[in-house]
Design a protein around this ligand. Structure first.
Ligand code: ADP
Ligand code: ASP
Ligand code: MG
Length: 595
């Protein structure tokens, strides 16, 4: 007998007919002799509706009361689903998050799961009942109701599948799988047959709303096989598992985060630890940052830019306003009309010219890039919000994401054609007992690459096509570029920093000299750069982790010149002389998380 977790999103339970249809999907599994746990969301747009009600009363409603309010949406659905199942002749029981014992921390509106007690669910399953669990909610140590963040029912479902060691976790939604990008925005998007955990995690984190990114952290960590499929058809769907669809393609998908905000703090004193104070405050306020760029402006001063989701802009502004005086920065500004497009693919690890191709695609459609940030399997570009869809489309078509792979291409990256979960029961039991909280981050490795050089071009004119031109020139010298950061500073001038293998520096110096002649910009080179990388999953969204990395390096007096954050790695460029000690300090700092 297999144990299946089925999750139904809002549209899939939007009215009683749809609830009945979902109930029949559970019954089908039950009749096949399987045990079934259903996880359901609030009906239709109920969560949005409840948020609107609260906002009619207050601009910034109390977060505890918001969680109390929003959890009611899911409570309605679980009861209706149980009634529907019983009306069809099947035994069922509904449980709220508290009743199942989903224990979370006390961070209202984005609580993280600490533990799940499976006893009550197992008893009900053994009695032959279909268990219906409320998605998106839990309870903290003081019995306050908490919620996991918008879209959090996916996370409940995968977390339950992990805790119960389910054979499968089926996510039923209003699309028939994961697409190369949001098919509502780009109709040419194509459903992928499978996608790797790492790729799905980055895509979800960068805005692919089909899955809550934290659910993929669970899936990867505990080996849960996730199957995304349609509530309204029997189409095959997409398997999220260990393997990519195609190992040879540089990009597997593109994502759009439409509501982003850029924050720049100007004239920050350039001393170790000062900029880190800013990031520590943001981490304390649990605000995830992305696309961090810092660049020297005048002597002894740097400008720091980063992006946050617009939902966090209000809190981020409060933090920045308070800290500007405290750290002696000159000023700050906030641009709330930007959007981020990202391309993701494991194939990027082995292919060159991927970023350059993206910059070209954006340049050809006249889109100006405000910021660039890259990490090992993802490249993000910040653009004006009005340009976002155009930019996403251009990226999608530049990498031919609409083209179906051939049978041979699919077979070439066939690892396991798994249809059930890949649990190593011993490993997941050890993991659960090792971690203080189920959602705690796991660090896989801490690496040092000593052979790097850093190049910075200052005060370039901030015009469309700039990045394309710069990296065309660099590519002419056959140089393999690793990290890239671009930020727009004051006065319509941009800075671009990138890293290269050290033995290529001479060729790049010549290229940079020519670029400086053309653009009247300045350049700076660091021939003794080293890159420190922490690998794991969930590294960007676990806000405290990157900060601990910066703080640990800061305490060792290590100056960080480039920062790159993604869910699967947090990397920084430091002076080579500090590489080894930096790595040792990081290993000590993350010993608890390293598994
Ligand atoms: P649910 O309520 O079932 O959780 P969501 O609205 O959260 O559904 O997620 C499904 C939606 O995600 C789709 O309707 C689609 O518009 C959007 N989406 C965004 N990116 C993607 C993608 N890469 N593949 C499929 N759907 C996507
Ligand atoms: N109902 C919640 C939301 O709309 C959780 C979910 O649907 O996943 O965000
Ligand atoms: Mg969802």
């Amino acid at each position: 007998m297999a144990l299946i977790v089925q999750k139904f999103g809002g549209t899939s339970v939007a009215d009683t007919q749809k609830i009945l249809a979902a109930a029949r999907k559970a019954i089908r599994e039950r009749r096949a002799g399987n045990q079934v746990v259903m996880v359901v969301s609030a009906m239709g747009k109920q969560t949005d509706h409840l948020i609107e009600l609260a906002h009619e009363l207050s601009e910034h409603p109390n977060t505890r009361e918001m969680d109390m309010l929003l959890s009611t949406g899911e409570q309605v659905t679980i009861a209706l689903m149980a009634i529907a199942l019983e009306s069809l002749g099947y035994k069922a029981v509904s449980f709220t998050g508290a009743q199942i014992g989903i224990r979370t921390d006390a961070t209202y509106s984005r609580a993280r799961i600490r533990s799940i007690s499976t006893d009550r669910m197992k008893r009900a399953l053994d009695e032959g009942k279909i268990v219906i669990a409320a998605g998106f909610q839990g309870i903290d140590d003081d019995f306050n109701i908490t919620t996991l963040g918008r879209g959090g029912s996916d996370t409940t479902a995968v977390a339950l599948a992990a805790a119960l060691q389910a054979d499968r976790c089926d996510i039923y939604t209003d699309v028939d799988g994961v697409y190369t990008t949001d098919p509502r925005v780009v109709p040419e998007a194509r459903r992928v047959e499978r996608i790797s955990y790492d790729e799905m995690l980055e895509l979800a984190s960068m805005g692919a709303g089909v899955m809550h990114s934290r659910s993929i952290e669970f899936a990867k960590k505990f080996g849960v096989l996730v199957h995304v499929r349609s509530s309204f058809s029997d189409n095959p769907g997409t398997v999220i598992g260990p393997n990519p669809e195609r190992a040879d393609a540089p990009v597997c998908g593109a994502a759009l985060a439409k509501d982003e905000t850029r924050v720049s703090v100007y004239g920050v004193p350039d001393k170790p630890g000062v900029a880190m104070k800013l990031f520590s405050r943001l981490a304390d306020a649990k605000i995830p940052t992305d696309m961090i760029a810092q660049s020297s402006s005048a002597a002894g001063k740097t400008d720091v830019s980063f992006t946050v989701q617009s939902d966090d802009a209000y809190k981020a502004k409060e933090v920045v306003e308070n800290i500007v005086g405290e750290i002696g920065a000159e000023s700050y500004d906030i641009d709330e009309k930007v959007a981020k497009i990202s391309i993701v693919g494991l194939g990027m690890l082995h292919q060159t010219g991927v970023a350059q191709k993206l910059f070209h695609a954006l340049s050809e459609c006249g889109v100006n890039i405000i910021m660039i940030a890259t990490s090992d399997i993802k490249i993000s570009a910040l653009v004006n919000r009005d340009d976002a869809v155009k930019a996403l489309r251009a990226a999608h078509s530049a990498f031919q994401l609409d083209v179906e792979p051939t049978k041979e291409e699919l077979e070439a990256s066939d690892g396991v054609n798994a249809t059930v979960a890949n649990f190593d029961h011993a490993v997941s039991a050890r993991l659960i007992s090792h971690l203080a909280g189920m959602e705690d981050v796991v660090v896989e490795s801490i690496d040092l690459d000593e052979g790097q050089a850093r190049v910075t071009l200052y005060s370039l004119p901030d015009v469309p096509g700039l990045a394309a031109t710069v990296f065309d020139r660099v590519a002419e010298g056959r140089v393999i570029v690793d990290m890239i950061v671009q930020s727009s500073g004051r006065d319509n001038l941009a800075n671009i920093t990138f890293t290269i293998p050290r033995d290529e520096l001479e060729a790049v110096v010549a290229v940079a000299d020519r670029l400086c002649e053309t653009y009247g910009c300045n350049s700076e080179f660091d021939a003794r750069a080293a890159k420190l990388t922490v690998r794991g999953s969930g590294l960007r969204s676990h806000t405290g982790l990157a900060f601990r990395m910066f703080r640990t390096l800061g305490e060792g007096n290590v100056n960080v010149s480039v920062i790159s954050l993604s869910e699967r790695c947090a990397a920084v460029i430091v002076d080579e002389a500090h590489g080894k000690s930096g790595r040792e300090n990081l290993i000590k700092e993350f010993s608890e998380e390293t598994f």
